[in-house]
Design a protein around this ligand. Structure first.
Ligand SMILES: Cc1ncc(COP(=O)(O)O)c(C=O)c1O
Length: 432
């Protein structure tokens, strides 16, 4: 298929994330056919190569087309690509569950696999509701969260995304009305004062009989604003949840598997959630797979209560190919000096993005682990900014007021330098 034909068909029939169809009039939002991807490079159909600054939305931590993951998948393909998980089990799922239990905080012992991050959040929310139902406290059905959060696009997940800044305000009237408090002002590295948790504590205090769980992204609020908050805040949230008999769900879908410099961001606060969601980088970005992990208390209570089973079971639960990709990705990650790689990336992002700090268009520059963020004062015009990055030979996909980098962990200094320079150049054009 020629690129032109592909783009015509794409325009006619294919819906892209957070996009309109028929965008062929007036303000063209560009779309780029990718022919292949290898290492940290996306190869466009027209022959251009782009250095990847996005890891395909937090997921491709080892880059693309990795020989070890490819080999593992080919071997699994010869055995079985899929088999239902009801009444059957298989080695990739069991091995992966055991690995996840070993890597995550000790109390998390039970693993429920699902097909995407959003679904794993739905599963976590249903688990919390079923937990209290089993404890004969059926009024505890709602959730408390902080503003600026993002947990996915399905209805339960949408109900705990930021109600205003979030992308889902359109559905507000039919979403369950959850409890929201302001997101913490105390930034990462800062202490958390009593006043920082006052509203949170107050809400728990008065509404705990209706709240099944607190749900939050630990330390890094991703798509809701790329904010990094104090580890002490998370620590205090855990204490408050315990004191008020409310479960804590931590959504590690974006932060999990090393991105922040810890294997899981909850480690910054030395906090163990009752329920944890992982996804995205779980398979090294090869396939869609997520998991919801719980403590024995949660899984036993659900299993022993009425109706005695957990009410969820996706068709592609624990897909053997996806579990195999996850096992291969984890093996690569754990065999690599990932901590020092993340420190190296963190240092280079900090130095490389520093020139943005004094630019007119820039509100703030912040870096944590392998995440570099330039927050602008005004939203970007995608139709303008996207081609500027592509012309600079990099793949950077800003949203709203955020231009950010989260490259694959394997990126070399020279390529990372090209990424940060491109951000500095493009943002300086917006500032002039
Ligand atoms: C923190 C967080 N939770 C949940 C999700 C939803 O995951 P998915 O897109 O796989 O459904 C995302 C996706 O960006 C996320 O960043």
């Amino acid at each position: 298929m020629t690129s032109d034909h592909l783009l015509d068909l794409d325009k006619a029939h294919v819906w892209h994330p957070y996009s309109a169809m028929f965008n062929d009039v007036g303000s063209e939002l560009p779309i780029y056919p990718v022919a292949s991807a290898d290492g940290v490079r996306l190869k466009l159909a027209d022959g251009r190569e782009l250095i990847d600054g996005m890891s395909s939305w937090w997921s491709a931590i080892h880059g693309y087309n990795h020989p070890q993951i490819n080999r593992a998948l080919k071997a699994q393909l010869q055995k079985m690509s899929h088999v239902m998980f009801g009444g059957l089990t298989h080695e990739p799922a069991v091995e992966l569950a055991a690995q996840l239990v070993a890597l995550t905080p000790k109390a998390l012992q039970s693993v429920f696999f699902s097909d995407s991050g959003s679904v794993s959040v739905e599963v976590a929310m249903k688990m919390a509701i079923q937990y209290w139902h089993a404890k004969e406290q059926p009024n505890k059905q709602l959730f408390l969260t902080i503003r600026n959060g993002y947990h996915g696009d399905t209805f339960g997940a949408m109900s705990v995304c930021d109600p205003v800044a979030g992308m889902h305000s359109l559905f507000q009237d039919i979403l369950t009305q959850q409890y929201f408090v302001d997101s913490p002002d105390c930034r990462f590295g800062q202490p958390c004062l009593d006043e920082d948790v006052a509203e949170f504590e107050q809400t728990l205090n008065t509404e705990k009989d209706h709240i099944a769980a607190v749900i939050m992204e630990p330390i890094v609020q991703g798509a809701g604003g790329m904010r990094f908050y104090s580890a002490e805040y998370l620590h205090r949230v855990r204490e408050l949840c315990d004191r008020h008999h409310v479960l804590l769900i931590l959504d590690e879908i974006a932060t999990g598997f090393g991105r922040t410099g810890k294997l899981f961001a909850c480690e910054f606060a030395d906090v163990t959630p009752d329920i944890m969601c992982v996804g995205k980088a779980l398979t090294g970005g090869y396939m869609s797979l997520a998991a919801t992990l719980t403590s024995k208390d949660v899984s036993d209570t659900i299993s022993q209560g009425d109706p005695g089973i957990f009410m969820h079971g996706p068709t592609f639960m624990a897909n053997p190919l996806a579990c195999t990709a996850a096992l291969a990705s984890l093996k690569l990650l754990l065999a690599s000096p990932w901590q020092s790689e993340i420190s190296r990336i963190e240092e280079q992002l900090t130095a490389g993005l520093e020139p943005c700090r004094t630019m007119n268009a820039v509100q703030d520059v912040r870096v944590l682990g392998a995440i570099g963020v330039v927050e602008l004062k005004n939203p970007v015009a995608m139709a303008v900014i996207q081609p500027l990055f592509v012309d600079a030979g990099v793949w950077v996909r800003p949203f709203a007021r955020l231009v950010y980098l989260m490259p694959p962990f394997i990126i070399e200094n020279e390529d990372l330098e090209k990424l940060t320079s491109a951000v500095v150049d493009v943002v300086s054009k917006l500032s002039s």
